[in-house]
Design a protein around this ligand. Sequence first.
Ligand SMILES: Cc1cc2nc3c(=O)[nH]c(=O)nc-3n(C[C@H](O)[C@H](O)[C@H](O)COP(=O)(O)O)c2cc1C
Length: 167
Amino acid sequence: MNAEHKKTVLRMIPYGIYVLTADDGKGNIAAATVNWVTQTAFAPPLVVVGVKTDSGTYQTVKTAQAFALNMLGKDQKSLAFTFFRPADVSDGKLSGQSFRKGTTGAPILVDVPGAIECRVVSIVEQGDHHIVVGEVIDAHLNRPPSGRPDNAILEMKELGESVFYGG
Ligand SMILES: Cc1cc2nc3c(=O)[nH]c(=O)nc-3n(C[C@H](O)[C@H](O)[C@H](O)COP(=O)(O)O)c2cc1C
């Protein structure tokens, strides 16, 4: 296989940008910007996320057995960069962002257009990122979109010419 071709062709896959959050109830709160996300079933509603196994986020999601996906809006590029770095909670804020606890305990960012909460139903342990399968058990529509819902979300290609996660 040609390594450059593999990288270029894999980078043709379009992605939205999300902040994955979880709270294990033992003092560990995770928040990380992720893009390896998709829905995989209607009934029950399932989504999958590829999560880096050596991240704090992975451990917290595994212990919590639940997570939230906060959908970043078109105007929230700076938030994407905020959560590329390890998250911290201080003064009741998550890396400076207002949040509330969701049904699963996972932080729901109040300024994002929407978020879903999931219970972990399975983890596929393959590769350096594991596939976390979540059943959607709650949804928060903070800012109803005026047009197509998928027009509201920040996309990977809007983060900059050289920003990729994939390849
Ligand atoms: C553009 C971009 C996309 C990313 N997408 C993912 C992803 O889909 N899954 C993932 O586990 N980490 C992804 N990351 C890495 C996490 O954002 C980063 O490792 C995390 O914020 C650090 O988490 P930790 O504090 O839990 O170690 C991405 C990073 C960048 C720069």
